[in-house]
Ligand binder design. Sequence first.
Ligand code: GLN
Length: 203
Amino acid sequence: MKIGVLGLQGGVYEHVYMLRRAFEEEGVQGEVVVVKKPAQLKGLDGIVIPGGESTTIGILAKKVGLLDPLRDAVKEWLPAFGTCAGAIVLAEKVTDKVVGEKKQPLIGVMSIEVVRNYFGRQRESFELDLDIEGLDAPFRGVFIRAPAMVKAWGGARITGRIRHNGDEVGVVAVQGPHLATAFHPELTGDTRLHRLWLRGIKA
Ligand code: GLN
């Protein structure tokens, strides 16, 4: 298998490290590469879009000519796993908790509505044990200025939720081969979500 990590901004190498460990644990032969140019999309079996700053990732992707080819690839044949800002980039609809509707370059392949910075200032960063469909035991979620998934339709499904100020919101979503998390599974040393995604896209 060949998995790419979009390497324009954010926690790129944390995912490279986690994927290499996940390969070993799953007995997968292959390589993990950092993707910075459109030509590097060719031959990939999946791509991870890391956390960071979704506006910056989108703007940089556009600047280097990656946004359109990446969008086409993910819509047509390339499975994606987006974490935090990466989940925002994958969403069809994005708003911001403070400034409302946002115009930012997106891939928009998952039928989810995401609210950026959902948890606001008081809870900019926090950790929580999460029950996630497909995992046998709770997963420690590290949330850093995290978004929340407030709506899913069509082929998308919310598979992990948390309660915040009395509302239940999504923090994990799945749509076909695509996976999105509002938190950072690459920061806890727990490879189960990377492995879950890899298992789902293995031929
Ligand atoms: N708040 C960031 C954004 O809106 C995401 C933060 C993160 O990826 N840790 O893009």
